[in-house]
Structure formats: C-alpha cells, structure tokens
Design a binder for this molecule. Structure first.
Ligand code: ADP
Ligand code: MG
Length: 407
C-alpha cells in the first residue's frame, strides 16, 4: 500500500475556499495512487472563532484555576471541528472518508497536559480504514494517555502528529501544506525577497525551526528523520514544488551536514525575550549563583543565551516569565539589571563551520544599520545575536542582504 500523509495548517482549513484547495490537493494525491491520511490543524489563526487560541481564551475567561486536563479537552476541540468539516466536504463530494480524533487514530502520549509527548502510535485502525480505501482525516495536535485522558502536544503539534503517523505507517512522504511556498531563507513576513529553498537537510531545517522559523516544528523533523521519511513543505494555494527535506548531504568534519556547499541556509528570529544581567563579581557569596539557577529551574523558568564570566552572568528568559524570574532573583538579595523587549536573531548554516569571516560579516551588517549586539553566541551551525526587539526586523533584513540570500 502506497501511503502518503498530508498535513494542512490553520490557514489551509480556515475558509470554504481554502478547504476547496485542500480537496484539490487530496484529489491529486489520490490520482497518483496514494492511500491518504490527512492531518488537520484548527481553523485559522488567533481571533478566528474556532482557532486554538480562541478556545483557550474561552476557558481562561472563567478564571485562573482551570485544570490542565479540562484545558486540553477544550483545546482538542479545534481540530475536531476542522477535521469533521473537511471530512463532511469530502463525503459530500463523493469520496469515502472518515474522521478520527487523535485518540481514535491511536496517538498515545504521556500525561503532561498541554505539552504531552507522543509515546507511540497504534496504527491498526487507520490501516484498516486505508485498506477499505477510505481517506482518513486525523485531528492533529492531540492524543490520549494510556489511561484514557485526552492530551494536546504543544505548539506546532499537528506537524508532529503528521510526522509520527508518517513513521508509524511507513509513508512514502509527509507533506506539510501551509500558506507559504516552502522553507524560505527568512520569514517572508519580514523579508519580502526571501527565496524558497528547493532542498534542505533534516539538520538544516531542524536548526531553522529551533531558532524560530515556525514553518515546521522541529520535533516533527526529528521524528521524520528517525526513519528517513521525506518531508515536503508546500503551499496549499498554488502548485509550486515547495521544499523537500531529506537526509541527503555531504558529511563534513565537525559533524555538520552540508548540501551543495551552502554556507548560510537562512536567517531566523525569536522575539519576546528579556535579558537579565547579574554583576556576579560584586557578590560576596559566590554560591548564590548556583542557588539562583536552581531556584529558577525549580520554578520551571527556562533560561537561554547564558554567558558566564568572572564579572557577570547574563542570560535571557521569555518576556512572559521575566517578572517572576526577577522576583525570585531579588528575593535572594541578588541585584539584577533587566532589559525587556529583546529578540534573538540567528544566522543558520550547517556549512558555516570553519568558514572564516561569517562573524565579521554579521557584526558589520548590524553595525552599518546602527544595531547594537547585546550578546552573542555561536555553535557549529548557528550564530546568535541578541538585539532590541524594535530593531529585530531591520537586523533580519540586513543579515539576509549581507549574505546574499535573496532572489
Ligand atoms: P500553519 O498554520 O500552516 O502550520 P504556521 O504559521 O505554523 O502555519 O507556519 C507558516 C508561517 O511560517 C508562514 O506564514 C511564515 O510567515 C512563517 N515562517 C517563518 N519563518 C519562515 C521561513 N524561514 N520560511 C517559510 N515560512 C516561515
Ligand atoms: Mg505550524
């Protein structure tokens, strides 16, 4: 059985016209002889009536003590709505189709409500419907625990559902349909001449996704990679070839995979960060540093971009937890300088290892625009700079220009 998994994101299922285009994609795949599993997200983005954020708001409006279990139940409704509507349209158009919730589709997760991890997939039910030649529509972003509780699996979860089903069903490919032509050299909302990449490696896209290119979720890439299932990122609203993500590449010293000798793959950004700076040189009791890091960890506050020197410890937290973090630190009588409204801009390229001049180009590009680098860090494949959020877009555009990534 030749199986294809297609995933359609929020904008792809938001309107009747968009859903007509989805059905076109489904019909095309059927014509090519595929048995089809179609994973859907909830309809539309923030503000739309059945979007995930709207459902969340409905319950949040009733108070702050809502249990995560009930929250997951309401969150799981968005995909049930979009999935049944799409399945209804397929049936009305004369196709044999069936809709399954994550639970009915055999998506088994752990019990961390709101951010559960898929443990395994029991594909029996999907396979038997595929054998009956039905199109199987599955609610993304949700699953069920071993003891029968409904869970959701976090942001970008439908991508992860699609990848997990691709692996479990040994699909020929997983196609992620969205509102852009594929993976681009930068977020097209920021860089108008961003170029669509025709092929990228799992490594490259994983890096891009981790650094903020939300076009596909990094967890989905990691899952697809385990079984070498090709991922294809395509647009629901046109017939462009999109981006193919595979394991192909050249192995290079340092462990980085490169494709066609590409040094820089793309530029990404993560807004909404607060930089905290502690003048550790002035602390009498040095053990406070470790106590503070442990206290933050206990409070479930994840820190990033940490830089430690004999004089200072600098790190970032997300804006939404910054006041909580500052309270914890100040309660320990540690003076802390707080800079809200920062953004992390990253230059990502699996081929940059050992290539001289990348950092010089970054510093020059930002300096030419009068953008101050508040902090920086680097790895084999990525160079990060923290900048003021107000200058983030300008920074991304400047870096994109500097590395000639445009069309
Ligand atoms: P969906 O609802 O289909 O899952 P998402 O909003 O999760 O859609 O992802 C698609 C969006 O990702 C695009 O509209 C685009 O603005 C954004 N994006 C960010 N970085 C990139 C990039 N490098 N390439 C393509 N799209 C990107
Ligand atoms: Mg998405």
């Amino acid at each position: 059985m030749k199986i294809l998994v297609q995933k359609f994101g929020g904008t792809s299922v938001a309107t009747p016209e968009a859903r007509r285009q989805v059905i076109e994609k489904i019909i095309n795949a059927r014509k090519q002889g595929y048995r089809l599993v179609v994973v859907v997200s909830a309809m539309g983005r923030q503000g739309a009536p059945y979007a995930t954020d709207t459902l969340k708001g409905l319950l949040e409006a009733s108070g702050t003590n809502v249990s995560p279990r009930e929250m997951d139940l309401i969150l799981s409704c968005g995909e049930i709505i979009s999935g049944t509507v799409l399945t209804g349209s397929l049936q009305a158009a004369g196709f044999k189709a069936i809709f399954l919730t994550g639970a009915q589709a055999g998506i088994i997760t752990d019990n961390r409500f709101g951010n559960a991890t898929i443990r395994r997939v029991d594909p029996g039910r999907i396979l038997s419907h595929l054998e009956e030649d039905k199109i199987v529509v599955v609610a993304g972003f949700q699953g069920i625990t071993e003891d029968g509780e409904i869970t959701t699996i976090g942001r970008g979860g439908s991508d992860t559902t699609a990848a997990a089903l691709g692996v479990a069903l040994d699909a020929e490919a997983v196609e992620i349909y969205t509102d852009v032509d594929g993976i681009k050299t930068a977020d097209p909302r920021i860089v108008s001449d961003a170029r669509t990449l025709d092929t990228v490696t799992y490594n490259e896209i994983c890096q891009l996704a981790h650094e903020g290119a939300r076009v596909v979720h990094p967890r989905a890439v990691e899952i697809a990679m385990q079984k070498n299932i090709p991922l294809k990122i395509k647009c629901t609203f046109n017939d462009e070839p999109g981006t193919v993500v595979t394991g192909a590449g050249v192995f290079k010293e340092g462990g980085a995979t490169i494709l066609n000798g590409r040094v820089i793959t793309g530029i990404t950004q993560i807004p909404g960060l607060t930089q905290l700076r502690i003048n550790t040189g002035a602390l009498e009791d040095k053990s406070l540093q470790v106590k503070m890091l442990k206290a933050l960890a206990r409070a479930n506050i994840s820190i990033d971009f940490i830089n430690i020197s004999p004089e200072a410890m600098v790190f970032t937290v997300k804006d939404e937890v910054s006041s909580r973090a500052v309270r914890i630190i100040e309660d320990m009588k540690i003076p802390v300088a707080v800079k809200k409204g920062c953004a992390k801009v990253a230059v990502v390229g699996a081929g940059m290892t050992g290539v001289p001049g990348v950092m010089a180009n970054i510093v020059e590009a930002l300096a030419d625009e009068g953008i101050e680098i508040l902090e920086s860090a680097d790895s084999y494949t990525t160079i990060w700079c923290l900048v003021e959020e107000a200058k983030m877009e300008k920074a991304v555009q400047a870096l994109h220009r500097k590395f000639n990534l445009g069309k």
